[in-house]
Design a protein around this ligand. Structure first.
Ligand SMILES: NC(=O)C1=CN([C@@H]2O[C@H](COP(=O)(O)OP(=O)(O)OC[C@H]3O[C@@H](n4cnc5c(N)ncnc54)[C@H](O)[C@@H]3O)[C@@H](O)[C@H]2O)C=CC1
Ligand SMILES: CC(=O)[C@H](N)C(=O)O
Ligand SMILES: [Zn+2]
Ligand SMILES: [Zn+2]
Length: 352
């Protein structure tokens, strides 16, 4: 087992300044403090939030404090254990929940850790995992079975977002509309199919991503820029509309179409984050349809991680088409981010 001597150096993708982009920098390998472990990063993947930080949008400017190592999706091996850590040992193969919760607020004390009032997110509020080594709070570690490849294990965090969106209720035998086939929507498709959905319809303007959606398992794909989504959905469901609407795009038009396309008394999960306030006919699209609506954020701790792990172990998740880009090392990180910005990727994975 490789032991890290103090003050060794490592490469990492750092948001070095409050501006567009990032830099590949050489920094000291960090030392784990009380309650922390140091991991050797085996795989790490880019999230849409990382793209917001890279592009330095309004949300990022309000939240991120450069200089800071980016990234929060990871699979790695424990190489050093900090003081007071008893649940992990050197050699453990782990991934990590990104929300660092307080355990003391009303939400934590009532089992709703995913909406802890004092949530901190590593890679957002502290140094992240786009590096050769990274610090992970021991309380956030998830032990992986050895037979899950790192490029799959790093996807457990976003898979958790997809699981909480799809499985906010049962989809077995149900008809489902997914709007948005970005990395998360693609994961949503395979979770819905693995969970027994009878028909998965996907609305996505990008041809590249519609093709990916088909490869992942969508039964029908629709281009909302050229086709009437609501009419198509009604035709596919005997005029009733879908049982379940899963919003993964953050596009106001998609939200409205989905609310029109879901059947009365149907279920809606909203994961996509909208660029600004959204207005729509709530009386006729929600209230008189008696819809069940779920706002989705983060992952239920820790039941969502068990669901994700069981789905991975089942072999029913079709992840290979979702992982469109795998980079050895971090050298080409700018290419990776630009491709993602152009919507020309599914999940992008770095293998340091
Ligand atoms: N609630 C939460 O805890 C989290 C929410 N998110 C949000 O989830 C959403 C999905 O994440 P990613 O897949 O990474 O985002 P992404 O931005 O890569 O994918 C969104 C997809 O929606 C598509 N789209 C745009 N307009 C559309 C329309 N009118 N109809 C259908 N599709 C349309 C885009 O072409 C794109 O492929 C994003 O809004 C992201 O900010 C991400 C992480 C956590
Ligand atoms: C902030 C994030 O992007 C993260 N994936 C989350 O689930 O909160
Ligand atoms: Zn994320
Ligand atoms: Zn809390």
């Amino acid at each position: 087992m490789e032991m890290i001597t103090l003050n060794e150096k490592m490469l990492g993708i750092m948001k070095t300044k409050p501006a567009y982009g990032a830099e590949l920098v050489e920094v000291d390998v960090p030392n784990p403090k009380e309650g922390e472990v140091l991991i050797k990063v085996l795989a790490t993947s880019i999230c849409g939030t990382d793209l917001h930080i890279y592009e330095w949008n309004e949300w990022a400017q309000s939240r991120i404090k450069p200089p800071q190592i980016m990234g929060h999706e990871v699979a790695g091996e424990v190489v050093e254990v900090g003081p007071g850590v008893h649940n992990l040992k050197i050699g453990d193969y782990i991934s990590a929940e990104t929300h660092i919760v307080c355990g003391e607020c009303y939400q934590c004390r009532t089992g709703n850790y995913h909406v802890c009032q004092n949530t901190k997110i590593f890679g957002v509020d502290s140094d992240g995992v786009f590096a050769e080594y990274a610090i992970v709070p021991a309380q956030n570690a998830w032990k992986n079975p050895k037979n899950i490849p790192p490029e799959y294990a790093t996807l457990q965090e976003p898979l958790g977002n997809a699981v909480d969106t799809v499985l906010a209720g049962s989809v077995a035998s149900k008809t489902v509309l997914i709007t948005g086939a970005g990395p998360l929507g693609l994961l949503g498709i395979t979770v819905a199919k693995a969970s027994g959905a009878s028909l998965v319809i996907v609305s996505e303007p990008s041809e590249f991503r519609r093709n990916l959606a088909k490869k992942v398992g969508a039964d029908v794909v629709i281009n909302p820029m050229e086709e009437d989504v609501v009419r198509e959905v009604k035709d596919l469901t005997n005029g009733n509309g879908v049982d379940v609407f899963l919003e993964f795009s953050g596009a106001p038009r998609a939200l409205e179409q989905g609310l029109q396309a879901v059947t009365p008394a149907g279920r809606v999960s909203l994961l996509g984050l909208f660029p600004k306030e959204v207005t729509f006919d709530i009386n006729n699209l929600v209230i008189f349809k008696a819809l069940e609506i779920h706002g989705i954020t983060g992952r239920h701790l820790w039941q969502t991680w068990y669901t994700v792990s069981n789905l991975l172990k089942s072999g029913k998740l079709n992840l290979d088409p979702v992982i469109t880009h795998k980079y050895k090392g971090f050298d080409k990180f700018e290419e990776a981010f630009e491709l993602m910005r152009a919507g020309k990727t599914g999940k992008v994975v770095f293998i340091p």
